[in-house]
Design a protein around this ligand. Structure first.
Ligand code: GLN
Length: 473
């Protein structure tokens, strides 16, 4: 049924970069057979799950929506994919994203545009826009995304589904193509909080293959998610409702907070004094780590390689011209074939946003600027984390809007990177502080665009976060 729905809708939505029709059917049939034979099967057995195309799967291409990895077939499974396979889940297809997860609209994909199922003229958000769109359109009941600065929660909000970014270290990053390693976290996306809890339990838990994975067992949130919380204290940050926030979102989020009040929760104002620096801090740290992580794409080890013969010819021609002019020194100083191959491969295969991040990151990390930018950003990051620690002495959760505006028109922000970056103001704090945070639907605008309620919890409090989300849902 899901494959039929993909065939019907995805030519318009463009959520999938590839689907795995026959293996998916075979896997579903194998589960049916096991069930018929009375074999014990796990809760995810036979369920179709879509995977963001930046998690390695040895049976599928993993492109990160980049020409650099076009046609790349990883030799191993990421831990998340391996765990889903072990649960007999049906990995139905690979979803579109902003190239290397850099962006907030999925428009930075090198391959295709993804449309918001609620309004195909609009973006599904990003970078996990394909995962959000396919769940919102009923092409898969569950999907995996990754969240470095909001990439699970923001598209979930804009498409009207639930998306969770767990505590940093809760889920293994082994086999997740690295963007900004200290911020990246894999997470579940689904139509309901309960579904998201189910998927979290399956993919979380310690992994010796990821040195930043926390030494903890998998979560067991699904068993408790329907138990309401008594005496909940919800923090509200007045700054999150300041000018710049869309009026309908403001009203919907306030109504959601009132709903918590009527469920017996206490609502308390808290301060996050450094949160106004969060976007700036994020857009120093994330590009710095990205520039370092993306150095591996050199055109030699794997991925895209520029035309070597053309590179050699270019060098030979330049050399010849210099020698003919009698400039032996310049001829000897020309960049080698190898350096030219690196440069050409990277110039040809990376898209403009990825290049922008590499340049910003390389600049901010260079001698002379490191202290002024990168080191300063690390210090502010610490202050942001301390603000959350102080706030969580008074409250159990912080509630607010997930995005400042509802889904925007495709093309509307594509030429204005700074405007796009500013949309991340409510989501990047949780990544900088390593905290779990969720977006869940809390109504829609008059024109029918979904609105997301954003809840943030202290580290490792996914259980409380999901129960609180479920209470409202
Ligand atoms: N929009 C943010 C960025 O462009 C977040 C992306 C993400 O979480 N992967 O970096």
């Amino acid at each position: 049924q899901h494959l039929a729905r993909i065939a019907e809708l995805d030519p318009t939505i463009g959520a999938f970069l590839s689907t795995s029709d026959e293996p998916a059917l075979a896997q579903a049939e194998a589960v049916d057979l096991e069930r018929a034979q009375g074999a014990p099967v796990g809760p995810l057995a036979g369920l179709p799950i879509a995977i963001k195309d930046n998690l390695c799967d040895s049976d599928q291409l993993t492109t990160c929506a980049s020409r650099m990895l076009e046609g790349f077939s990883p030799p191993y499974d990421s831990t998340v994919v391996a765990r889903l396979k072990a649960e007999s889940a049906v990995l139905i297809g690979r979803t579109n994203l902003d190239e290397f997860a850099m962006g907030g609209s999925t428009e930075n994909s090198a391959f295709q545009q993804t449309r918001n199922p609620r309004d195909p003229e609009r973006s599904p958000g990003g970078s996990s826009g394909g995962s959000a769109a396919c769940v919102a359109a009923g092409m898969a009941p569950l999907a995996i995304g990754s969240d470095t600065g909001g990439s699970i929660r923001q598209p979930a909000a804009l498409c009207g589904i639930v998306g969770l970014k767990p505590t940093y270290g809760r889920i293994s990053r082994y086999g997740l193509v690295a963007f900004a390693s200290s911020l990246d976290q894999v997470g579940p996306m689904g139509r309901t909080v309960e579904d998201v809890a189910l998927l979290l339990d399956a993919i979380s838990g310690h992994d010796p293959l990821d040195s930043t994975s926390l030494p903890l067992p998998p979560t067991a949130c699904h068993t408790t998610v329907n138990e309401p919380l008594a005496g909940l204290k919800i923090g509200l940050v007045p700054e999150h409702f300041a000018k710049g926030l869309d009026g309908e979102i403001d009203a919907a989020v306030r109504a959601a907070i009132d709903a918590y009040r009527s469920l017996g929760a206490k609502v308390i104002e808290v301060e996050l004094p450094h949160s106004r620096f969060a976007v700036a801090t994020y857009y120093v740290i994330a590009p710095c780590e990205a520039s370092s992580n993306l150095a591996r794409y050199d055109g030699i080890h794997y991925g895209y390689r520029a035309d070597e013969a053309a590179v050699a010819q270019e060098l030979a021609a330049e050399r010849k011209a210099l020698l003919a002019a009698g400039d032996t020194r310049a001829a000897d100083g020309l960049d080698s074939n190898l350096v030219r191959l690196y440069r050409r491969s990277r110039s040809e295969a990376f898209g403009p946003e990825v290049k922008r991040r590499i340049m910003i990151g390389t600049y901010a990390l260079s001698a002379g600027y490191y202290d002024a930018y990168y080191l300063k950003a690390l210090k502010v990051r610490r202050l942001i984390r301390q603000d959350y620690d102080a706030a969580f002495e008074k409250v159990d959760l912080i509630a607010g809007p997930c995005t400042p505006s509802p889904a925007f028109k495709l093309g509307e922000l594509a030429s204005d990177p700074l405007a796009m970056y500013l949309l991340d103001l409510y989501t990047v704090g949780a990544n900088l502080a390593g905290l779990p945070a969720i977006s869940l639907p809390c109504g829609e605008t008059a024109s029918g665009l979904p609105i997301g309620l954003h809840l943030t919890a202290p580290a490792l409090e996914e259980d409380r976060l999901l129960r609180a989300a479920r209470m409202y849902e």
